[in-house]
Design a protein around this ligand. Structure first.
Ligand SMILES: Nc1ncnc2c1ncn2[C@@H]1O[C@H](COP(=O)(O)OP(=O)(O)OP(=O)(O)O)[C@@H](O)[C@H]1O
Ligand SMILES: [Mg+2]
Length: 442
């Protein structure tokens, strides 16, 4: 069995990582600080997962490299400089908090897997037997080995980042890093610096690392830009320039040329082009190959497969006794439209597990609304209903009954992103709300 060595001084974090890897079929060894690395038993260790801050000093950095084991750094306080420095020091991946467990597992699985010729290996972490998911896996296996630029489309929480990781994992670049940047979580004025570095002349040798951005850090590997629709126009222009330079041989300024670019968006980019919010020329550069991740409600019985798998992992992670879904909960899950897709399903199950006192998980515990909002139901068949229209009707129909936290949970998004979307879509939060006091507090 492949072993993962965890280097994490903080005990709670160490335990969390340990149970994450153990519940996914790895054996785990732990060391609390870098000084103990030299004495650790490295038999069968396939990868080291270390807290970035714990290995920042030059001594620790040297020890890491001497081990000759691929390592992944987890950064609680990530910075671009540290990411670039880490990758230059040989880190295979640098994951910035808050990262998804699935991203960490995908990174480690890629590193520890034996050389494989199975083009579908990268999709192994994704659950899906429905026809729509099988079509997606099939496309992934065909596209992954090429160097083509890929645009991943799909609603929020459908697994776009997992698809990007699967593409990277099944490509010849898999031993090089995949760097992921979510354009929606970085302030507009900082995105350019993150991506392209801090300018300055190429001949200035000092503070090299400071000047270089993620594009260079991803050299040889894959750069994944999530929520590309949120990229501000000046940064769009800059990215376009880099992509165009890339196509021109021997251009002076293209420090990082060997990068495969994968982008993702849940937005209607074509509509954004019409509204002059997204550059058409950039769109054509990004949309060389397009992959659509189907919404959960179009995946037939996958909802159940996913729910069962997520339930088992959640029980293990939270050390809870056996729980199963009631028949009525399974039915409700299948009927519910899951606007927040797989992420919403994960949140619903985690909440139900935490609240449950009996063995059976009911649809009430899952907080699945079995009476969908009429406006949504009526408009669902319209092919041009965008996720944003859905979001607006979902929020306006429920905001009087639910708190912001509850609303965000139902949508499977964070409160911060609920707030951001309210701003963007111009659905201000009502200042005074007369919420009925809850009667059935249990
Ligand atoms: N097919 C799948 N099998 C197992 N887990 C999945 C699958 N699809 C998505 N997930 C899980 O759902 C969560 C959301 O996935 P991910 O972050 O890739 O979605 P996303 O489309 O990038 O979301 P967003 O639009 O919010 O960026 C993750 O925890 C991921 O592990
Ligand atoms: Mg994403």
């Amino acid at each position: 069995m492949i072993r993962i060595l965890i280097l994490q001084p903080e005990v709670t974090a160490e335990q969390r990582l340990k149970s994450l890897f153990e519940s996914n079929g790895f054996a785990v060894a732990v060391v609390g600080n870098p000084d103990n690395l030299a004495d650790a038993d490295l038999t069968d260790v396939g990868a080291l997962v270390a807290d970035a801050a714990a290995v920042e000093g030059p001594l620790a950095a040297g020890t890491l490299q001497d081990l000759a084991i691929p390592f992944v750094l987890l950064a609680q306080q990530p910075t671009v400089q540290a990411a670039v420095a880490a990758l230059k020091r040989g880190a295979s991946d640098y994951l910035a908090a808050p990262y998804e467990d699935a991203s960490l597992l995908a990174a480690v699985t890629t590193l520890t897997r034996e050389e494989t010729t199975d083009p579908l290996a990268g999709s192994l972490l994704m659950i899906g037997e429905s026809a729509s998911m099988q079509t997606l896996f099939n496309s992934i296996s065909k596209i992954a080995p090429t160097d083509s630029t890929v645009l991943i489309r799909g609603e929020t929480g459908t697994g776009k980042e997992l698809v990007a990781r699967a593409l990277h994992a099944a490509s010849s670049r898999r031993r090089a890093p995949m760097i992921a940047l979510n354009c929606a979580t970085i302030p507009g004025n900082l995105i350019e610096a993150e991506l392209f570095g801090h300018g300055g002349s190429v001949t200035e040798q000092n503070s090299r690392v400071n000047r270089h951005g993620l594009l260079e850090a991803a050299n040889g590997g894959t750069l994944f830009l999530d929520e590309i629709g949120e990229l501000p126009l000046p940064a769009q222009a800059r990215l376009l320039k880099v992509l165009q330079q890339d196509a021109t041989p021997a251009s002076a300024d293209s420090a990082a040329t060997d990068v495969r670019l994968i982008t993702a968006s849940h937005r209607d980019l074509e509509k954004m082009i019409t509204n002059e919010q997204f550059r058409e020329d950039l769109y054509y550069r990004l949309n060389v190959v397009s992959l659509a991740v189907p919404p959960l409600r179009e995946r037939d019985n996958d909802v159940r497969l996913l729910a069962e798998a997520i339930l088992q992992k959640t029980l293990q992670r939270l050390s809870k006794p056996v729980r199963k879904f009631s028949t009525e909960a399974l039915k409700a899950m299948r009927a519910y439209p899951w606007p927040g897709n797989v992420r919403e399903l994960e949140n619903a199950i985690e909440r139900a597990v935490i609240l449950s006192e009996a063995t059976e998980l009911t649809s009430e515990l899952l907080a699945i609304d079995t009476n969908p909002v009429p406006t949504v139901e009526q408009s669902t068949p319209q092919p041009d209903l965008t996720m944003e229209d859905y979001f607006v009707s979902f929020v306006t129909a429920r905001q009087d009954q639910l708190t912001e936290t509850e609303l965000a949970e139902r949508l499977g998004i964070s409160r911060k992103s609920l707030w951001e979307r309210r701003q963007r879509l111009n659905i201000p939060r009502k200042k005074t709300r007369n919420r009925r006091p809850r009667r059935n507090v249990s």
